[in-house]
Design a protein around this ligand. Sequence first.
Ligand code: GEK
Length: 246
Amino acid sequence: MSYRQDKIFSLPMLHLNQWQFDQQVADVFPDMITRSVPGYSIITSMIGKFSHEFVTSHTYIYDLGCSYGTVTSCIIKNLKATNCTLIAIDNSPAMIAHCKKHLQQVMTYDNNIINIIESDICDVTIVNASMVVLNFTLQFLSLVKRQQILKSIYRGLKPGGVLIVSEKFHFDDHEIQTLFFDMHHNFKLSNGYSRLEINQKRQIIEKVLLTESIENHKKILFAIGFTHVEIWFQYLNFGSLIALKY
Ligand code: GEK
């Protein structure tokens, strides 16, 4: 399927408004995320593979900050478990509308069902979960809310359950931080974004997207109680962590 091209920041803007996942962003989202996030499609398809390993029958799977429901569709295609409920949640009405359209075409098997919910992920109680995914969503929450949601996920995961957290990272090592930052800039240039687009988007998104280091993410996840935490994918300053509750 081909999606509309992201041209949101292609013209000079006098006033840079606050970043929102509104209609304009939602309409171009698949193009935006694949041209901006290194490794996005590898990460989403691998989350499907993890679901094959970890999801057990008669449990819930949460895709928190689901956007178009790409993660949910990768999971449902890989499940060996039956009678599962996949819950895809986003607080952007425009994203939820796209998600419903996108997931309509996804076949469900073995009594597995998909629930699409418009809500703030912080207002949702996680229960009976064998898998929870925060694919590039945690980074948009305040630091306090991050702790709260991670604790609530931990409580709602069954023993043997898995949490996948994909994020943009920063690095305390200045050389590495600068190198990865510049190479990510080049990644976007090579995907067709202009310097103007990259710079305008950065100025606006930096106000709402707070990055943490990989070490800090690991420290927090261990402190919450996860027994095994590791980075399973990294491409420059983007990557994904796995956390297991045993
Ligand atoms: C994917 N996971 O394609 N409650 C609910 N949704 C939220 C909240 C919140 N508090 N904050 C942000 N969102 C997706 C990609 S995009 C990542 C995730 C990006 C939602 C927001 O509306 C948006 O749809 C999503 O989180 C972040 O695998 O844009 O870099």
